[in-house]
Design a protein. Structure first.
Length: 283
């Protein structure tokens, strides 16, 4: 089985609708995929329906924005109960913060004469989707300021940019507790990538392990050999689940579906660890 447990749709910062992500997964020869949009579960129903029609396995997931000491941490939550009120409340707060943060980023850019408006940014957003920097990047592309998303992040939108504004994000230890209380399974996404700012301190990872973390995303495009080795050593020492995923965003990133995958054995551990259920098997 080919299993990809990290993908994004237009419900957050991907460029394809949920059903189209599923169609692309089928074309890529996947057997199982998870939709893990940022801070929202809105794409699950459409993706599940498309997966069932295509005979693919579907895992409902989410990527929760976390922060510790100014460092962004992304926690993947699989097979959570989307009606869990504590989780819903946290996600709503994160989405509201993203919206107000975007106003401030656009204001800073406009003050420097960069020709962009919040209306142009919102025009890039699918109805009900979670607003994020990729939508500002797309607006900059549409306005002819930069040639593509990658250039927008390199020149204007990176974490050290004068235009960067942080948004509310839950502490990762609390996020682990929220996922567990919602019956889900928690995995840190790309924990040791150096392309997203400072590498996550292994001490924070170990604190998350002590808090009940279930796994690490080991195989990811942004992990070099040293990052994979470090992740593997933590996985072995603490008997964690090891995943591999594409982090697919459609045309928004170079990442391709299935370029990294999770083994069936590790996937079975995820299914066994969930108490909420929700997995749609292939067939």
């Amino acid at each position: 089985m080919r299993i990809d447990l990290h993908t994004h749709s237009t419900e957050s910062d991907g460029t394809q609708a949920p059903a189209d992500v599923v169609a692309s997964a089928r074309e890529a020869g996947l057997d199982v995929l998870a939709l893990t949009d940022h801070d929202t579960t809105r794409g699950w129903t459409a993706a599940r329906g498309a997966a069932q029609a295509a005979g693919l396995g579907f895992v409902p997931g989410i990527e929760i924005s976390c922060q510790r000491g100014g460092r962004s941490i992304h926690l993947l939550g699989y097979l959570v109960d989307p009606g869990n009120q504590a989780l819903v409340t946290e996600l709503e707060q994160a989405r509201r913060s993203r919206a107000t943060r975007m106003d401030r980023m656009v204001e800073r850019m406009a003050a420097d004469g960069i020709p962009i408006s919040i209306e142009e940014v919102r025009a890039q957003l699918a109805p009900g989707a979670t607003l994020g920097r990729p939508h500002l990047a797309d607006a900059l592309v549409a306005a002819g300021v930069v040639p593509d998303r990658a250039a927008a992040f390199r020149d204007w939108l990176h974490n050290d940019s004068r235009y960067y504004v942080s948004h509310y994000a839950v502490d990762p230890v609390r996020a682990i507790a929220l996922v567990a209380a919602a019956g889900g399974v928690s995995v840190i996404a790309h924990p040791f990538t150096g392309s997203r700012g400072r590498v996550l301190d292994p001490a924070v990872v170990l604190e998350m392990v002590d808090a009940g973390l279930d796994g690490l995303e080991v195989d990811h495009r942004d992990h070099d050999d040293a990052a994979r080795d470090l992740a593997c050593s933590i996985v072995r020492e603490h008997d964690l689940i090891a995943t591999g995923s594409s982090d697919y965003h459609g045309a928004g990133k170079l990442n391709r579906l299935g370029e990294n995958a999770t083994s069936p054995e590790q996937f079975e551990r995820i299914l066994a660890a969930s108490t909420a259920g929700g997995y749609l098997p292939p067939g």
